[in-house]
Ligand binder design. Structure first.
Ligand code: C5P
Length: 316
């Protein structure tokens, strides 16, 4: 009998990228480009998006599938940031935009935790490896910033100060691990809508922002002191997010009453982040939210987490 040879699977690369929480987020007056200058401190957390890029026949173009929690809320066409990342990389390198992308969601959708940005960062790294494009890191970071203000941080990970649109990054020194629990809502909040409400509420008197505004957070990170960090958490977008979603006040209150070291809306919301004393305490905060019936889902994670990484090198 002649043994049948199994066809080798096409080459593929699997990459994972983290979601984030903003420990401090200060927003300045909107600029002519429609963006707000920020002074923010990002921390990557151990909730990851995974993007697998698989080789397809030349001329097949880009295709995209999504699985995991809330996958049905994610577009699978060219409006998806991972798709746009692959298309942008192909355009800039002159390579053919032929790839099959699969996203496994691990970060809440439209929650202010940069899940879509993580997809874009992961897709950039995955396609760069699959196509053997060899784009230098600084150029990848520039492409990332074109795709969205939070995409460069997803590449970098850990903890970093962000200025400009949030895309000019300086790594921050931290000690130890911080234990988070996140409360998510089924219905997301649109980032531009929250920034617009910020403008409406702040009026023309919005003060300028400077990274030095959040020295208390930087001290707490360097000391590895979760109690001090909890007290220093701050988000200028919390007011507008609560204004758009008044019921988020209950989420904040339940975590505060359950002894959270600090509670803050994550990014543009509606996700609420609570800092626990320990992993067990973070789990207990999640249990308190669930028991109070004020959230749709809870997600516990630690920070800081590494940035975008190739998990499986090219399989051929
Ligand atoms: O860059 P990204 O696509 O993440 O931003 C989405 C929207 O959020 C922008 O179009 C803008 O309306 C708002 N934004 C802002 N200031 C920032 C970041 C985002 O006003 N620094």
């Amino acid at each position: 009998m002649i043994p049948r040879l199994a066809a080798a699977p096409p080459p593929s690369v699997r990459v994972r990228a983290p979601g984030k929480v903003n420990l401090g987020l200060r927003v300045g007056p909107v600029g002519d480009d429609g963006y707000h200058p920020l002074a923010t401190i990002f921390q990557a957390v151990s909730l990851f998006e995974e993007v697998t890029a698989t080789q397809v026949t030349p001329g097949a173009g880009i295709s995209l599938t999504v699985s995991g929690p809330q996958a049905d809320a994610v577009p699978t066409d060219e409006s998806n940031l991972a798709w746009r990342a692959a298309a942008l990389l192909a355009e800039r390198t002159g390579l053919a935009a032929d790839v099959q992308l699969h996203i496994t969601k691990g970060v809440p959708v439209a929650g202010g935790m940069a899940g879509g940005s993580a997809d874009a960062a992961a897709a950039l790294v995955a396609c760069d490896a699959l196509w053997e494009a060899g784009v230098p890191r600084p150029d990848l970071v520039e492409l990332a910033a074109e795709l969205g203000a939070d995409v460069p941080f997803s590449l970098l990970g850990h903890t970093a100060v962000g200025t400009g649109r949030g895309d000019l990054l300086t790594p921050a020194m931290t000690r130890g691990e911080f234990h988070w629990c996140f409360a998510t809502q089924r219905e997301g909040l649109s980032t531009p809508t929250v920034f617009r409400r910020f403008d409406e509420l702040a009026g023309p008197s919005t003060p300028r922002v400077a990274p030095a505004d959040d020295t208390a957070i930087m001290h707490a990170l360097r000391a590895g002191d979760p109690v001090a960090l909890g007290k220093a958490l701050h988000n200028d977008l919390e007011g507008p997010a609560l204004d758009l979603r008044p019921e988020l006040a209950d989420v904040v209150e339940v975590a505060t009453e359950s002894g959270a070291l600090g509670v803050v809306v994550s990014g543009s919301g509606p996700t609420v982040a609570a800092l626990g004393r320990s992993r067990q305490h973070a789990l207990a905060l999640g249990a308190a939210w669930t028991a109070a019936d004020v959230v749709d889902a809870v997600w516990c994670a630690t920070g800081p987490a590494p940035g975008t990484q190739i998990v499986t090198p090219m399989r051929a």
